[in-house]
Ligand binder design. Structure first.
Ligand code: ITT
Length: 193
């Protein structure tokens, strides 16, 4: 089975990649930098998802010389003028996601400006060839956090056309609809050519 390095330190992302690839019937072995004993992380100083996704992929590709896939993602919230975006992992400092999600929904209490979107850009490098794949999921911010599945901002995100949060709908929903699943589906099409 082909080995692919997944250039992330986020265990939730690794699990989602595995779940989505299984769902898409793509047979690859995903290896993380930690599996290879690497705890170093690149400095994500890009200004876009594309730039940060490339920085992560290139950093680990140069280190391990394996086909490498990276994901840069984030949530854009209309109420915050599109923030946090590429800064989603660092938004509101060291607050836990539980507290962040409560903080955001409290700040937005009563507001009708609830639009939001999840973004994902995957970079894939193999034989020095770089390709990008993008996925966007549109929706809104819930009135309060709900649900236990997924990670990050899933408990406060409701996809258009649904009435429950990503965290309530769970992994099957994310495997099918998420920004990451949309990007990975495009990658899989190229990969299987
Ligand atoms: P790596 O850089 O090591 O991949 P990271 O978590 O720092 O891990 P990002 O810089 O891409 O990754 O930040 C993505 C953040 O966006 C993530 O930590 C969550 O806060 C949020 N996010 C992205 N995808 C999400 C999803 O599917 N569900 C909920 N939150 C998500």
């Amino acid at each position: 089975m082909k080995k692919i390095l997944i250039a992330t330190g986020n265990a939730h992302k690794i699990q989602e990649f595995k779940d989505i690839l299984k769902y898409l019937n793509v047979e690859v072995e995903l290896i993380s930098p930690k599996d290879l004993g690497s705890y170093e992380e690149p400095i994500e100083n890009g200004k876009t998802y594309e730039e940060n996704s490339y920085i992560k992929a290139k950093f680990f590709y140069d280190k391990f010389h394996l086909p490498t896939i990276a994901d840069d993602s984030g949530v854009e919230i209309d109420f915050y003028d599109g923030k946090p975006g590429i800064y989603s992992a660092r938004f509101l400092g060291d607050m836990s996601y539980r507290d962040r999600n409560i903080y955001i929904t409290n700040e937005m209490k009563g507001s009708e400006n609830r639009g939001a979107s999840f973004h994902c850009v995957i970079t894939y490098i193999e034989n020095d060839i770089v390709n990008y794949y993008k996925g966007i999921l549109y929706g809104k911010i819930a009135n309060e956090p709900k649900g236990d599945e997924g990670f990050g901002y899933d408990p406060i995100f409701i996809c258009n056309g649904f009435n429950s949060t990503n965290a309530e709908l769970g992994q099957d929903f994310k495997n099918h609809h998420s920004h990451r699943a949309l990007a990975l589906r495009k990658w899989a099409k190229d990969f299987e050519k």
